[in-house]
Design a protein around this ligand. Structure first.
Ligand code: GLY
Length: 588
């Protein structure tokens, strides 16, 4: 199968209502069997478009083609998002998934929503499950193999979102993914490269190679078992994964190896939560609440920078003084992150206090142009209360009715725990590593945490994912997100700052150099392969007292910006993503 976005004409959107059934009795029967969204657009004329086009920024060309197909069938942003997510589970298996979890921030009919479909710890999990008898962390135990797996949330998340807001039939949104799994897709060189690296780390430990050794650049890669799994989910609904044959296959694979049981799957449910919202720079930010730290971190950074306007005045982007000021803000954000953030269903998380304007102004006032680098001494502020190792993926979608979806989801490490469910053909996550396996130790992203993020049955591990939507006067202005573990919200912060404080064009904002600092190690500035810190800048930062460390990770921002009524979709030049605009057909 050819790469479908290459040379493909851009899609037209019909904007038509979906006239699903001619016979009411069939409609009732279909609703009762759960094959339709709960509120099907039965013969209801859709509202007139408010944008000139739909648009999507996605991490690969196959998911762009899926979005095109769904919009051409009359789907909305939620239908397109669900189709993209299932497609990426096939064509982008290092992070796209049905065996992982994530977050979806939505803006539908002028209202913000947030869907948490993060994995949870199985009932058999314990606080010390990754420690040996001497109390030391067992290397790789929370990263590789069945014991690293949290109860997956993606399928229930997609099912909930599409049921609540989708216009098309559930089967329709799964169709592109089923086609790619059955007929195959042509593997791009970057995917083989990521595969080869992961295969080395999983060799002899998991069944990864049994399923993925055919992932070779230029070859057509087919996944027949995954195709059957997707077909079951398409015909029986999203709960099939948790209660049907797929659940049996997962629990059988786990038997004697891992902890996820049939009961864990049955009791799993995605959760609708209130999104975080905040006013900033004339915009309203809508972003991820706990169990993500991403939204809190992003808002803290943006607001502190606004408070520090006098200090930033005249400071050039990515100069030594700029990096020094931002690093001090990041010290404070990461100090709060490790102390206060975790699963809101287990602990009362002091979100309002962490985002309070006067609290942030007091934290910003501690940031000084002439401070010594290194945050030794920075404490949480509320008092005592690799080739790329980081792997997650993001996509941003808007439709012509002004609805938007910002979705970040993950297997955690690339290709997750490296284990494939025998007979079902999909990879499982290693999200248990996002818990604190032992207070004081760091996870694969080099961040630590406290009691609030320790392992407990049914608890969600703390995340950094921050799917974000920016509104201007109640209309979508920006949809943005990225993979990157603890780098996620510092990356989004930088791109938003480049766009709105420095007035850069979207492509320039995406291409600009990015850096990262996270309290530990105290004086280290991480730089990326795409735009490394070298030459005079490197020398000047070292002279100031910073250490520079390359990270094997770039970020892969996918964003849609809306100017007036015109959407523009842009993909990070660091990745293989596609920004696609799907204009309305002239007749609509
Ligand atoms: N697994 C990466 C994150 O949730 O932040």
């Amino acid at each position: 199968m050819a790469d479908p976005m290459h040379d493909a004409p851009r899609a037209s959107i019909t904007g038509r209502a979906l006239h699903v059934f001619a016979f009411p009795s069939l409609l009732i029967a279909a609703c009762l069997t759960g094959f339709l969204p709960a509120a099907p657009a039965f013969a209801k004329k859709p509202p007139p478009p408010v944008l000139t086009a739909a648009a999507a920024a996605v991490p690969d060309s196959y998911s762009a083609a899926a979005a095109k197909e769904i919009f051409a069938e009359g789907g909305n942003a939620v239908d397109a998002a669900v189709a993209i997510a299932f497609t990426l589970a096939v064509t982008y298996p290092d992070a796209g998934n049905i065996g992982g979890g994530g977050f979806m921030t939505l803006y539908v009919d002028n209202k913000p929503y947030f869907l948490d479909y993060r994995e949870v710890a199985p009932q058999g999990a314990t606080k010390e499950m990754y420690l040996d008898d001497k109390g030391n962390v067992e290397p790789d135990a929370s990263l590789v193999g069945y014991r690293a797996v949290g109860v997956p949330g993606t399928v229930d998340g997609m099912w909930e979102a599409q049921k609540r807001f989708g216009k098309l039939k559930w089967k329709q949104v799964l169709a592109p993914a089923i086609k790619y799994a059955s007929d195959g897709f042509v593997v791009q060189p970057w995917l083989q490269k990521r595969h080869d690296y992961a295969a080395r780390s999983f060799a002899g430990k998991t069944n990864f190679d049994v399923y993925f050794s055919g992932l070779k650049a230029g070859a057509t890669f087919r996944q027949p078992e995954l195709a059957e799994t997707l077909k079951r989910i398409a015909s029986d609904g999203g709960r099939e994964f948790y209660e049907g044959r797929t659940a049996d296959l997962i629990s059988t694979a786990m038997y004697g190896h891992g902890l996820v049981s049939k009961q864990d799957l049955q009791r799993y449910h995605a959760v609708w939560r209130d999104p975080l919202t905040a006013d900033w720079n004339g915009y309203q930010i809508v972003t991820a609440p706990p169990p993500s730290s991403g939204g809190v971190g992003l808002i803290q950074l943006l607001k502190m920078k606004a408070d520090l306007k006098p200090a930033f005045d005249g400071v050039q982007l990515n100069s030594v003084p700029y990096i020094h000021l931002v690093s001090q803000m990041e010290d404070r954000v990461f100090a709060d992150r490790q102390q206060y953030l975790g699963d809101p269903d287990s602990y009362k998380i002091p979100v309002a206090k962490l985002l309070d304007d006067s609290y942030l102004a007091s934290r910003a006032a501690e940031v000084k142009a002439d401070a010594a680098p290194g945050a030794t001494g920075v404490k949480p502020g509320l008092g005592d209360t690799m080739p790329e190792r980081a792997q997650t993926t993001h996509f941003s979608v808007v439709d012509q009715w002004g609805n938007a979806v910002s979705n970040t989801y993950t297997l955690n490490g690339p290709f997750g725990a490296g284990v494939v469910v025998d007979g079902a053909g999909f990879l499982l996550n290693d999200e248990m590593d996002d818990f604190v396996t032992k207070p004081g130790t760091t996870n694969q992203f080099g961040v630590t945490g406290d009691e609030v993020n320790t392992i407990a049955p049914g608890r969600r591990p703390l995340s950094s994912m921050a799917p974000t939507i920016l509104l201007k006067d109640g209309n979508v202005a920006l949809v943005i997100g990225t993979p990157g573990g603890s780098r996620i919200f510092t990356t989004i912060f930088q791109v938003m700052t480049d766009l709105f404080d420095f007035g850069m064009a979207p492509q320039d904002a995406l291409a600009a150099m990015r850096f990262h600092h996270q309290l530990i190690p105290p004086t280290t500035i991480f730089y990326e392969p795409y735009a490394p810190i070298t030459g005079d800048l490197a020398d000047a930062l070292k002279a100031k007292g910073y250490k520079l460390e390359g990270q094997p990770f770039n970020g892969d921002v996918q964003m849609v910006r809306v100017n007036g009524t015109t959407p523009e979709a842009d993909s990070d030049p660091r990745g293989a993503g596609v920004g696609a605009v799907f204009p309305l057909s002239p007749s609509k």
